[in-house]
Write a protein that binds this ligand. Structure first.
Ligand code: PEP
Ligand code: MG
Length: 751
């Protein structure tokens, strides 16, 4: 393909003469120019017409008679797919892609390879730019970059011809409900505030790359200073607790690391060299990163996307001479609706007084979610489409506890929620009373309730919830948050903080569970069909023992003579457990002082271990069942596939029998057993686990007091025979959720 500089220069020339596309001929000229420069056999421009149709508006290479005739709905065919997902498609054999939709009038069957790049501006998809060639080939990174640059310039031309969508029609006046996932608990009612449209770079190409580079560097420095100032000002808001302050540092340090990443600045610099303005170069690089990170399913890594978008918006604002994003002042008690939100943005908005937040692409482990919990702001993730359906100032109710948001709620609903808020305040006061009491069922069985944590920020929750300890410390999270493997002294410092904060309460440290889609930046994505079953977790630790040994040494150093409990994730065989334990013992021989006690356990996540229980239990000091992975492998159901959510649950007879079998084996062998998967955090499942004889549950902090309250009302002695009978007669049942729920309801148990 041509040099990007020449292509941009030619496009600039084109734009200088035609600042807006006047008609089909202009678009056709543009398609010809692009096809010629890119040496592609086809270059087509599809434009969005109405809300969900894409129409072939110009083509060089396909049959001219298909222009204006070939149409695809959003999501239909490869063009519709690129438009709907906002992602670039790069396919050597397009016609065999499952989404391919054949349109005979185009004559496109002659072309094997296809590159489809969405044309987006300010969050809207204006069209799709498609390049095709006869020979099957995957377009290389430079070619993709070039077409993406053209798409960005094309967006400006199309935006000048397509009116902004201002009228959403009747639907915009009606109440609407969206569901999502609770990121931080609570209910809040208030006017909506939208962060405003993505800043759009108006000057896209520049004559003087050096001047642009200087502008970029000045804006970069101003942005860094602004971030430092923001963090200095807002840190105290995160609570005076030592752990909270330490953890805020962790998330905000990670953010600073990304902010200061010279690699990012360098890539923007390169884009400037190719002829773009500083603004357009920032937008281009942010767009590329966005595309790359969209494919990541791991929530912690996806969160880095929010960090990057936050930074890109901040840098664009800084280039524009401003600093803040969104309006300076908002109505008190407003609810922020954002597609993505970085930690610094959340601090900004908190300073302006928001009372609740919805993050369309947010997840519970995300930075903004962690900060929202620390700040006590109810937050909801998911709720796709809510940003597009709302207008500034409209009323909304976030019910994070039920995972929903109501836009323009009817009056009765509003009143209902006002009552619910009052009731919740009263109930929380009751739960707070439970905090300092040990967790017991109504008939006196002690059930240990522990926390799942991964960031120092969450340590404050031990005291806030009165937890019995930490049942799962996910050590990889600090690394994912920092974007790198932390060296031994820094790891030791993190673990020391955890043990200091936990005091006498037990902590189960889990060794690194990286790999699969939990990838550190810079590591090449694995060439694996099934990353969840691939080279991940302990498998990496055993193949790269230096990494695991460094972590084990850090844990031993942190213990410094105190008690230490370590468990290994994704153990499939007793031999793996032995090998991992041998590495630990080799390190322990060198570290002084030795821990007061050293307990070594395993997560139970891989079904193969179920068939080796008696032998396994002779070697381990404790077992923790990770229901998230165990369920996905038991039922061969990807835990992150939304289509499968709810299809298999812990209350299926097979799952209950599995847990009961492990419980009995551990009881016989006198090996402590806990459950630390998400299932333990849901009251009905927690109740059932207690009914199966599990006496230690580990969960995220928001679930702990509600579960303690539920257990305090539970008569375990009557639940056990009920469950036994139910399981005995369960053949042919799908989930036993219904009869178990009915049993609980009849006894007035609250969920
Ligand atoms: C699990 O698999 O249940 C578990 C707790 O580990 P993670 O969710 O971190 O994979
Ligand atoms: Mg797991």
């Amino acid at each position: 393909m041509s040099s990007p500089r020449r292509l941009i220069a030619r496009l600039r020339n084109f734009m200088a003469h035609r600042p807006a596309l006047q008609g089909k001929d202009d678009l056709l000229d543009l398609a010809r120019l692009i096809a010629g420069e890119l040496v592609s056999e086809v270059c087509s421009v599809y434009v969005t017409t109405g809300s969900d149709t894409l129409e072939l508006a110009a083509t060089e290479g396909l049959r001219p008679q298909s222009v204006g005739r070939t149409r695809l709905r959003m999501g239909e065919g490869l063009v519709g797919l690129a438009a709907a997902t906002g992602e670039t498609l790069n396919l050597p054999d397009a016609q065999n892609h499952p989404a391919f939709a054949y349109r005979p009038e185009t004559g496109e069957d002659a072309f094997a390879s296809l590159l489809a790049v969405p044309v987006r501006r300010a969050g809207r998809t204006l069209g799709v730019l498609v390049v095709q060639n006869r020979t099957p080939r995957r377009y290389d990174a430079d070619e993709v970059e070039e077409v993406q640059t053209v798409a960005m310039l094309l967006a400006e031309l199309l935006a000048a011809t397509q009116p902004e969508r201002t009228d959403l029609g009747l639907a915009a006046a009606l109440p609407r409900r969206f569901s999502g996932a609770a990121l931080a608990p609570g209910i809040v009612l208030g006017p909506v505030v939208l962060p405003g449209r993505t800043r759009v770079a108006h000057r896209l190409v520049a004559d003087d790359p050096q001047a642009e580079q200087l502008r970029l560097e000045a804006a970069w420095a101003a942005m860094q200073a602004g971030i430092d100032q923001l963090f200095r000002d807002r840190m105290p808001e995160l609570g005076g607790r030592k752990a909270d302050a330490a953890a805020s540092r962790e998330i905000l340090d990670a953010y600073r690391l990304i902010a200061g990443d010279a690699g990012w600045l360098k890539r923007v610099g390169e884009a400037i060299t190719s002829g773009l303005s500083a603004e357009a170069a920032v937008a281009r690089v942010a767009g590329e990163l966005r595309d790359r990170m969209r494919r990541v399913t791991d929530p912690y890594l996806r969160e880095r996307l929010a960090d990057l978008e936050d930074l890109a918006a901040r840098l664009l604002a800084s280039l524009d001479g401003g600093s803040a994003i969104g309006p300076e002042t908002i109505q008190p008690g407003a609810i922020l609706l954002a597609r993505r939100l970085g930690p610094a943005e959340l601090l900004d908005w908190h300073a302006r007084g928001i009372a609740g937040v919805v993050i369309e692409e947010g997840s519970a482990g995300g930075h903004a979610a962690v900060l929202a919990r620390a700040l006590g702001i109810p937050a909801l993730g998911g709720a796709r489409g809510v940003c597009d359906s709302a207008s500034d100032g409209e009323q909304a109710v976030i019910d994070a506890d039920e995972g929903q948001i109501f836009l323009r709620p009817a009056e009765e609903l509003r009143t209902g929620y006002l009552h619910a808020i009052a009731a919740r305040t009263a109930r929380l006061a009751g739960w707070a009373g439970l905090r300092d009491q040990p967790s017991r069922t109504k008939d006196g069985t002690r059930i240990q309730l522990m926390l799942n944590v991964g960031l120092a920020m969450e340590l404050g929750q031990i005291a806030a919830t009165g937890a019995d300890g930490i049942g799962l410390f996910r050590t990889e999270i600090a690394m994912l948050a920092r974007g790198a493997i932390v060296d031994t002294p820094d790891q030791a410092a993190i673990y020391t903080r955890v043990l200091d904060e936990a005091g006498d309460r037990p902590v189960l440290f889990r060794t690194l569970d990286l790999g699969g889609d939990k990838l550190l930046p810079g590591s090449p994505p694995p060439e694996e069909e099934n990353p969840a079953m691939g080279w991940r977790s302990l498998r990496i630790g055993l193949d790269r023992p230096a990494l695991l040994r460094r972590q084990l040494r850090a844990l031993l150093l942190a213990a410094g003579g105190r008690k230490l409990s370590i468990m290994f994730p994704m153990v499939a065989t007793i031999a793996e457990f032995r090998a991992a334990k041998a590495l630990l013992m080799a390190e322990a021989a060198h570290v002084r002082p030795s821990p007061q006690s050293l307990r070594v356990g395993t997560m139970l996540e891989i079904p193969a271990l179920l068939f080796q229980l008696p032998a396994l239990l002779r070697e381990v000091d404790f077992v923790s069942i990770g229901t998230n992975d165990l369920m996905q492998f038991l039922f061969a159901a990807d835990r992150s596939a939304p289509k499968l959510a709810g299809r298999y649950d812990l209350l299926l007879p097979a799952a209950l029998d599995t847990i009961a079998m492990v419980q009995q084996a551990c009881e016989t062998a006198e090996i402590p057993l806990s459950v630390c998967g998400e299932a333990a955090s849901r009251p009905l499942e927690a109740m059932t686990l207690a009914g199966l004889g599990i006496t230690s549950l580990s969960m995220p902090a928001p679930s702990l007091l509600p579960i303690k309250a539920m257990l305090a009302d539970l008569d375990l002695a009557s639940l056990r025979p009920f469950l036994t009978a139910l399981r005995r007669n369960a053949s042919g049942h799908a989930s036993l959720r219904e009869p178990i729920t009915a049993w609980a309801r009849e006894r007035g148990l609250e969920f």
